[in-house]
Each structure stands twice: as structure tokens, then as C-alpha cells.
Design a protein around this ligand. Structure first.
Ligand code: NAD
Length: 507
């Protein structure tokens, strides 16, 4: 506990923290909710619940801040992001440790998450000079036609527990250089990380005078997220979380014709064919399935393996699974920490029981651990793709092994789930690689060859199809989601020719 408090203190936060920030001022809380360490099941600290009236104040300030922020030149907005990124570099290890403490991911992955914030921040700084529009050729003489991209307004960002920092950064840094203000509703399962980030942001806000560009409203009640989703002052809500809640968010936004950017559940497969190099495939599958204790949206949940390689790969995986060191995520040598909470352990147990009822064979793991905290074993099991347990995302380290005979069958199995986030094929065959990446191949937003399903870089657009929600964040041209496009036609001649050659003479 003393070590945890020392860690919090180094990030400028206390055991008990307000959870609502107006400009760079924290609003006092009447009620608090706990942040729990999944490694011990004990509390780490407390965060204040944002009330309805505090939410109203934050929204009003974000709307006012938008009026000024959208007039700041985009490269100058990039400079504000650059200053935040500098602070993140300074705090990388401490913030990485807090992420590990609060979510149970190992320290390496906690630090990696902060690095991802830094990477997307650097990307956003460059993007701030590249909010390009196109010029079109008008069909009318002496007319100029072009499009430009304008700031959108307040962007609501709702985040999941498993990437409590990076997902905010993907959205917030890009939205900010686009000229939007951002109101963040963090996960109630990792609220201290959010408070620590807001402290870093506040320092830069005070230094630059750009207050209320980034705000936070925290609560453990779903009501707060619903206020944000229903709020017509918020033209875009970026939601990261389960498909179940994402569907509700999408419906509410559709009803008010607001925009949504959905990053929901995944059910990702690795295909290993007859020609695959298992020295690449095995470590990639183990990292993809066991890393973050199976709690990544891009976690490898299905291994679709050619029948001629199945025995060998199962043997190598069972061997690798035996070596996975489970324990305190902050200790060196640990490869897998706990699940996020007791409910996640129950879901893990229910899924393994259902799998066995369906006729699945557990090859490794399968048990929850009898120790404090929320630990389970890394689990490998034979299954069939159409089974209920395989069709849904259980947020835990369970990998299903499924056999195939032809590449066409493997691709069909890859696609035969409701989700469509990440996918990978291990092969040494050029033809198969291209077949997997072609229009009739993987139906996922991410399709890789000879690397696993998890661990995307920020330069590409991230997101998936079907029940994953269709959103794209981070790199490529994902910035366009945070702006409004305007088409402009300007007549610099002395006549008024109409489009399509229409004559419309008056008098
Ligand atoms: P969750 O759906 O339980 O919660 C996500 C967020 O939604 C939280 O902030 C929660 O407080 C909020 N919320 C709760 N009720 C709400 C409501 N009625 N309206 C609006 N928001 C509400 O998800 P989780 O358990 O925190 O995260 C795990 C899930 O997130 C997994 O399904 C995972 O695949 C997904 N995920 C997806 C991506 C991606 O980029 N595709 C990234 C990370 C996590």
C-alpha cells in the first residue's frame, strides 16, 4: 500500500481524488468510488463521482473553449500536444507502473502503453500541419471548387479498462490538433490512470492558457456516459468497449443523428498453414493469446491450424504455456498478471465449463488460481468454430485450436464470427498470403502476414468491421472522423453559369 501511495504521489495524486476537472481546476466531490488492484483485490485509492451539475459545468466550459480553440492555427494546437507528450516522456515509467497496478497488465506492457501515447502524440503534432483538403475541377468557367476540413466541436471519449491511457491519447491528441475540445469519461475500472493523465494535461493547460481543451468526468455509474451520449452539444462520441454497450451507444447517437466512432469487441484468429514457419508462429500466438492476460481487443482467441501441423503446434504451445510465469505484474519475469475483477474470473470459469460441456478438450490451464486477486491460468483448448463459446469474446486468456484442410476453409472459418477486428496468416506461400489479403480474404479491419493479431502500430488506421463497430482511429486518414468537411465553390467570373448546363432565365 505504501509503495502504491508513493507511486500515486509521484504522479501528483492522492489516495482520494476528485474525478471532475473544469479547466485545470478539480471540482470537489461528495461521493467517491474505489480503484481496485486486481493483483490483491485490495483498494488502491478513490476517485470522486461527477454529478449532473458538475457535468453541465464541464460541458459548458468545453463548448466555450471550442470557440477559441478552433481559431488557434492547427500547428499551434500541435505545439500544445507536443508539450503534453514531453511530459509523458518524463513520466513514462511512473505512469506505466500505475497502469500495471490498476489494470494488472505487466510493467513492460504498461510502459508500452505510455509509449503508444507518445507515438500518437508525435504523429498528431505532424498531422497538425497536414489537415489537407482537395481541389476539384469545376465544370463551370471561372469557378474554383475545393474542400476544406473544419473543427467539429466537443468530442466525447468513452474508454475501456484495458487500454486506460492509450485509447484516450489516440482520440484526444488527434481531435485536439483538429481543433476539437475533448471530454473524457474513463473506465471506472482504471480511473486513477485517467486522473494522473489529467494532472499532466492541466500543467500544460496552465502553461499555455488553453484551458478546457481536455476535460475529464469520472463515475462508476453508467448514467454519466449516457448523459454524454445523449448530449446534442457533443457532435461525436468515440466509444471503446464491448459490442453490447457499443450497440446501445450507436442506437442513441443514431436517434439524435450524432456521429459515433465505435471500437468494440474482437474475436481474432491466427491461421497457420502447412508452409508456416512455426518459430515465428508459436511466439506470436503465445504473445497474442496470453499477453495482457487475454484482455486486449486484438487478443488471439482462435488458432486455425492446418491438420498436418496441428499436433506439432499443440505440443509446442502446451510446452510454452507451462513456462508462462503468472504473478504480480510489477515484478520482473512475470508474463501474465491477473484479470481485471472477480466477475471476469467467473466468466472465465463459466466459459471453460461450457466448452467442456460442448465436447472441447482443455490442453493446458483451465483453472482459476486459489490466491488473492483475480488470477486464472493461460488456457489452450480444442474446439469447433461454430460453438457458442468460440463465437463470443470472453475477455480472458483462452485460446481455441481449430483444424482446417484447405486455405479456403481457413479463411471461411476466420470470417465466420460476428466480430471483425484483427486477423493473421502464417505462411511461406506468396499465393496464400495474397489470397488472405484480397477482397475475398479476411473480412477484418486488420489483416497481417507472419506477425500476430495484437500489437498494432499507431501509423495505420485501427479498427474493425461487423460487431467491432466499423470505427477507425489513430493513423492514416483517421483524423477525418474528428472534423467536418466543407465543399466550397467560388465564382470569380462576371456570369452565373449553372451546373449541368441548366438555363434558368428570369424576365
Ligand atoms: P465495457 O463495454 O464494459 O465498458 C466500456 C466503457 O463504457 C466504460 O467506460 C464504461 O463505463 C462505459 N459504459 C458503461 N455503460 C455505458 C452506457 N450505458 N453507455 C455508454 N457507455 C457506457 O468494456 P470494458 O470491459 O471496459 O472493456 C473491454 C471491451 O472493450 C472488450 O470487448 C474489448 O474488446 C473492447 N475494446 C475494444 C477496443 C477496440 O479498439 N476495438 C479497444 C479496447 C477494448
Amino acid at each position: 500500500m505504501a509503495a502504491a501511495l508513493d507511486l500515486l504521489a509521484r504522479l501528483g495524486i492522492a489516495e482520494r481524488n476528485p474525478g471532475t476537472c473544469l479547466g485545470s481546476e478539480w471540482l470537489p466531490a461528495d461521493e467517491y468510488f474505489p480503484s481496485v488492484d486486481p493483483t490483491t483485490g485490495q483498494g488502491i485509492g478513490w476517485v470522486g463521482r461527477c454529478t449532473r451539475s458538475q457535468y453541465g459545468l464541464v460541458l459548458r466550459a468545453a463548448a466555450q473553449a471550442f470557440e477559441a480553440w478552433r481559431a488557434v492555427p492547427a500547428p499551434a494546437r500541435g505545439e500544445v500536444v507536443r508539450l503534453i507528450v514531453e511530459d509523458l516522456r518524463r513520466h513514462k515509467s511512473t505512469l506505466g507502473s500505475l497502469i500495471a497496478l490498476e489494470t494488472g497488465k505487466i510493467k513492460q506492457e504498461g510502459d508500452g502503453e505510455v509509449q503508444e501515447m507518445i507515438d500518437i502524440g508525435d504523429f498528431a503534432v505532424g498531422q497538425s500541419r497536414m489537415l489537407y483538403g482537395r481541389t476539384m475541377q469545376s465544370e463551370r468557367p471561372h469557378h474554383r471548387m475545393y474542400e476544406q476540413w473544419h473543427p467539429l466541436g466537443i468530442v466525447g471519449v468513452i474508454t475501456a479498462f484495458n487500454f486506460p491511457a492509450a485509447v484516450w491519447a489516440w482520440n484526444a491528441f488527434i481531435a485536439a490538433v483538429c481543433g476539437d475540445t475533448v471530454v473524457w469519461k474513463p473506465s471506472p475500472k482504471a480511473p486513477l490512470t485517467a486522473v494522473a493523465i489529467q494532472h499532466i494535461v492541466n500543467g500544460v493547460a496552465r502553461q499555455t492558457g488553453h484551458e478546457s481543451v481536455f476535460s475529464i468526468v469520472a463515475s462508476d455509474s453508467p448514467e454519466l456516459a449516457q448523459w454524454l451520449v445523449e448530449d446534442t452539444r457533443v457532435p461525436l462520441v468515440s466509444f471503446t468497449g464491448s459490442s453490447r454497450i457499443g450497440r446501445q451507444v450507436a442506437q442513441t447517437l443514431a436517434a439524435r443523428m450524432g456521429r459515433c466512432l465505435l471500437e468494440c469487441s474482437g474475436n481474432n484468429a491466427v491461421i497457420v498453414d502447412e508452409t508456416a514457419n512455426l518459430d515465428l508462429a508459436v511466439p506470436a500466438v503465445v504473445f497474442g493469446a496470453v499477453g495482457t492476460a487475454g484482455q486486449r481487443c486484438t487478443t488471439t482467441r482462435r488458432l486455425i491450424v492446418h491438420e498436418s501441423r496441428a499436433e506439432e503446434i499443440e505440443k509446442r504451445l502446451v510446452d510454452a504455456y507451462r513456462q508462462v510465469q503468472i504473478g504480480d505484474p510489477l515484478e520482473t519475469g512475470t508474463l501474465m498478471g491477473p484479470l481485471i475483477d472477480a466477475e471476469a474470473c467467473v466468466r472465465f470459469g463459466e466459459t471453460v465449463a461450457e466448452l467442456e460441456r460442448l465436447g472441447g478438450k482443455v490442453l493446458a490451464g483451465g483453472k482459476t488460481l486459489d490466491r488473492p486477486g483475480f488470477f486464472v491460468q493461460a488456457t489452450l483448448a480444442r474446439a469447433e468454430n461454430h460453438w457458442s463459446v468460440v463465437q463470443r469474446e470472453t475477455f480472458a486468456p483462452i485460446l481455441y485450436v481449430i483444424r482446417f484442410r484447405s486455405i479456403e476453409e481457413a479463411i471461411a472459418l476466420n470470417n465466420a464470427v460476428p466480430q471483425g477486428l484483427s486477423s493473421a496468416l502464417f505462411t511461406d506461400s506468396l499465393q496464400r498470403a495474397e489470397q488472405f489479403l484480397a477482397a475475398g480474404g479476411s473480412d477484418c479491419g486488420i489483416a497481417n502476414i507472419n506477425i500476430g493479431t495484437s500489437g498494432a502500430e499507431v501509423g495505420g488506421a485501427f479498427g474493425g468491421e461487423k460487431e467491432t463497430g466499423g470505427g477507425r482511429e489513430a493513423g492514416s486518414d483517421a483524423w477525418k472522423a474528428y472534423m467536418r468537411r466543407q465543399t466550397n465553390t467560388l465564382n470569380w467570373g462576371r456570369d452565373l453559369p449553372l451546373a449541368q448546363g441548366i438555363q434558368f432565365r428570369i424576365g
